[in-house]
Design a protein around this ligand. Structure first.
Ligand code: NAD
Ligand code: UD1
Length: 340
């Protein structure tokens, strides 16, 4: 199968491209490299033994997309491209609406123009807002607390409307929980620019000594130890979920919405303890006030994904930490510190 992967040089995209290439798909990546490095693409080729085709372009660039569709005629699209930093989205909402929503609308228009109507979209557990009931099922109420989350909600709605208008569309809305870890080779992984916003890369940079200590945002939540609980999922499990979603779309029409999580939550302090144990490094931390907009706990009911896609997460917390640590140790400065 020929698959177009938007944002394929990024964290989740690069891991998904490896799995697609290993499953013998032909992959074309479109990425503007606004939050990724061409090194990631070289490493993907090194791991897979095959190089994906790559076009440096923005998904809002209609002419560039039309060229890609004309030349490659992809059968399906996995759409990762977008901006994802919550804090930045509060400061620059228009750039989030522009990138994420206009980008997706332009992509879908070009797909329709070329008769390509199979789409897997990167949504997020952020669409559940502050969940009332745990674990979270796909029919839980949705809501957003920031512009980033709202772009995901709006895009989901837009894609539902598109599917109603033309039932030939086959669409998977995948709501990711918290992807962490890295490929077991240690060659590709998460490479946040500047100081990480998310817990796992932050812990990992403290363990290796790049940052002095972790700030734990609040220890007075109604959770096992007072710190926030999340459903961390190995990025390779998440990547494989996209292959199962593509298979599902190839088999049957319709629009399907699935949680991709493990169903198990861990607190911040449980994550610190696990990472210290696996890495053998201390992770000093200080308790700080709650982070604005944070929720106490969030974890998936992943049973619908198992039923609909035949997919479930296989890798546990130990493997997430081992693989994340291998990536951190081999790439202290991320892709920036490397020539190959
Ligand atoms: P990432 O930033 O590593 O990857 C996104 C890629 O898209 C980058 O390579 C970037 O250069 C590219 N890109 C951004 N805007 C573009 C544009 N307009 N045109 C072309 N390329 C563009 O992020 P990620 O963590 O791999 O996330 C991938 C997707 O999954 C995003 O849509 C994100 O919102 C979603 N998601 C991520 C998480 C997470 O925790 N990482 C959780 C839920 C959902
Ligand atoms: C963040 C995003 C969310 C996105 C999700 C996907 C925010 C507010 N939300 O959610 O939109 O869908 O990533 O990965 O950014 N923590 C600390 N210290 C830190 C960093 C985090 O204690 O330095 C805590 C947080 O309070 C939280 C947990 O660790 O309890 C996980 O945080 P994080 O990795 O940022 O993920 P989310 O908050 O789930």
């Amino acid at each position: 199968m020929k698959i177009l992967v938007t944002g394929g040089a990024g964290f989740i995209g690069s891991h998904t491209v490896v799995e697609l290439l290993q499953a013998s798909a032909e992959v074309i990546i479109v990425d503007n490299l606004s939050n990724s490095s061409p090194q990631a693409l070289q490493r993907v080729a090194e791991i897979s033994g095959k190089a994906p085709q790559f076009v440096k372009a923005d998904v809002r660039d209609r002419a560039a997309l039309q060229e890609i569709f004309k030349e490659h005629q992809p059968e399906a699209v996995v759409h990762f491209a977008g901006l994802k930093a919550v804090g930045e989205s509060v400061e620059q909402p228009l750039s989030y609406y522009q990138n994420n929503i206009t980008g997706t609308a332009t992509l879908c228009e070009v797909m329709a123009e070329f008769g390509c109507k199979q789409l897997v979209f990167s949504s997020s557990a952020t669409v559940y807002g502050d969940p009332e009931i745990l674990p979270i099922t796909e029919n839980a109420p949705t809501g957003a607390t920031n512009p980033y989350g709202r772009t995901k909600l709006f895009i989901e709605e837009m894609l539902r409307d598109l599917h109603v208008s033309d039932p030939e569309w086959r669409i998977a809305l995948l709501r990711y929980f918290n992807p962490i870890g890295a490929h077991s080779s240690g060659r590709i992984g998460e490479d946040p620019a500047g100081i990480p916003n998310n817990l796992f890369p932050f812990i990992s940079q403290v363990a290796i000594g790049k940052l002095p200590h972790l700030s734990v945002f609040g220890n007075d939540y109604a959770t096992v130890d007072g710190t926030g609980v999340r459903d961390y999922i190995h990025v390779v499990d998440l990547a494989i979920g996209h292959l199962r979603a593509l298979e599902r779309l190839a088999k049957a029409p319709g629009l399907v919405t699935c949680n991709l999580g493990t169903g198990r939550g861990y607190s911040v302090l449980e994550m610190v303890a696990a990472f210290s144990r696996i890495s053998g490094c201390e992770v000093p931390y200080q308790i700080k006030p709650r982070r604005a907009g944070d929720i106490a706990a969030c974890y998936a009911d992943p049973s619908f994904a198992k039923q609909e896609l035949g997919w479930q997460a296989e890798r546990g917390l130990e493997e997430m930490c081992q693989d994340g640590w291998r990536w951190q140790q081999g790439n202290r400065q991320g892709y920036r510190g490397s020539n190959g």
